[in-house]
Structures are given as C-alpha cells and as structure tokens.
Design a protein around this ligand. Structure first.
Ligand code: CA
Length: 234
C-alpha cells in the first residue's frame, strides 16, 4: 500500500501483460515495449498471466501459445475472452500452428510467428491498439446491410436487435464491408484496408475472418464469395 498522495509513476503508463516462458524472448519484448512507453508485467505461465490481467487490467496482452504448467496459450486465450475483451496478440512457435490459432475462434486480435523481430511486435501492438481505441474513431450513423446493423460509434453489431460479440478485427472487417456495399474486394485489398499496409500476414487470414463473420451472423449477412476475386457484401 502506498502512502496517500504518493503516486507510482509506472502505474500511469499503459500496461501490457506479457505471457511468455522463454526468458530470452520475454526480456527482448519487454525491453522494446518499455522503450515504446508501455509498462510491461511478465508472466512465465498462463496461471500467473491470468492473475496479472485480473489485477492490473492491461490495455493489451501478448500471449505465447506454448506455455508450461498445464495451461497453454490457447486455453489461456479462451479464459481471458470469457471475461474480457482486452486486445490479445498471440505468439506462435511454428507456422503450422497459425491455422490452429486463428481457426480456433480464440478471439485474438493478431498473431506473430516466431522468430519475429521485436520491432515488428511493437508495430503490431500499436496497430491493434489504434484499431481498438474506441475514442479515436469518428462517429458514424449505424448502417444496416441485410439483417445486420453496424454501429461504428458504439462498435456494436446487432442481428434482430440481438448484440453479436465480434473481435476487434472481425468488427473492422464487417464495418469495411457495410461502408462499401456492393463493392467487390480482393483479399489483398481487404488486408490493406482493414489490417493496414504494415501487416505482413497472408491472405488466408481474410478467409478465416470471413468464416467467423458468417458463422456468427449467419444468413442475415449478405456476404458473397466471388470466386477467383474476393468478397462482396450487400
Ligand atoms: Ca513458449
């Protein structure tokens, strides 16, 4: 407990919880994030990470998939998502884990495949935070396409007046579609517009997110696959 009137300067910096058991990677990521102005709290296993998230309400979580102690990053991600919409950036050890990671409906906001440069991680973290910063978004009138209504200001999606929970990226992709009804977009165009020009992932990421939107919004979403080209909504 601190004395009244005394303030912990580090507590005023935005906090990121880093859950990574590899000490070398953790220290490197920690250093880069701290130099960027974040306060970093490290956990070497999922249980400790969940504790830190609970206690410190971070603005973002960086989460390794391969973790010791009986709970891996996939299970930890599910647990975090059951109580919180804090942005999550996943670290995966192998490229072939990527499908598993993004296909598992984890609700993560982005992922990086090891080895990655810490500089790239910082760029991703900033991009995710920019996207998920509700106050930074312009206010817009709600738009409806098919049976789906998207309220850009409240970042809320409703179908038949029922609110549908989407990840930040799913929301941004859907918002992009409803702002451009009837326009056919290639996967690369969607990556550029929704993921941003600094994003280096591949096009199947778009397919995974489209699948998620279709699964969550069902027939109310008039989203058409244009074979060999991309997608069109409305
Ligand atoms: Ca690991």
């Amino acid at each position: 407990m601190q004395a009244p009137g005394r303030r912990d300067a580090s507590a005023e910096q935005p906090t990121i919880v880093l859950i990574e058991d590899d000490r070398h990677i953790a220290e490197l990521v920690d250093l880069y994030l701290r130099n960027t102005g974040y306060r970093v709290l490290q956990a070497g296993d999922a249980a400790r990470g969940l504790e830190l998230i609970d206690q410190h309400h971070p603005i973002l979580v960086v989460l390794d998939i391969g973790l010791p102690g009986g709970m891996d990053g996939i299970e930890a991600c599910k647990q975090i998502r059951s109580t919180s919409d804090v942005p999550i950036v996943i670290l995966t050890a192998r490229d072939d884990e990527v499908d598993r990671v993004i296909g598992l409906e984890l609700g993560a906001d982005d992922y990086l495949t090891k080895p990655f440069s810490p500089r790239e991680l910082v760029a991703r973290v900033r991009a995710v935070l920019r996207r998920t910063d509700r106050t930074a978004r312009p206010s817009t009138q709600p738009r409806t396409v098919g049976g789906v209504t998207v309220d850009g200001l409240r970042r809320e999606v409703t179908v038949n007046e029922e609110v549908i929970a989407l990840t930040a990226r799913e929301f941004d992709l859907l918002a992009h579609f409803v702002e451009h009804p009837g326009i056919v977009f290639s996967r690369q165009q969607l990556l550029d517009s929704v993921w941003g020009a600094g994003w280096f992932g591949d096009e199947r990421t778009v397919d995974v997110h489209v699948r998620q939107l279709r699964r969550k919004l069902g027939d109310e979403l008039p989203l058409t696959t244009i074979w060999g080209v991309g997608y069109r909504c409305g």
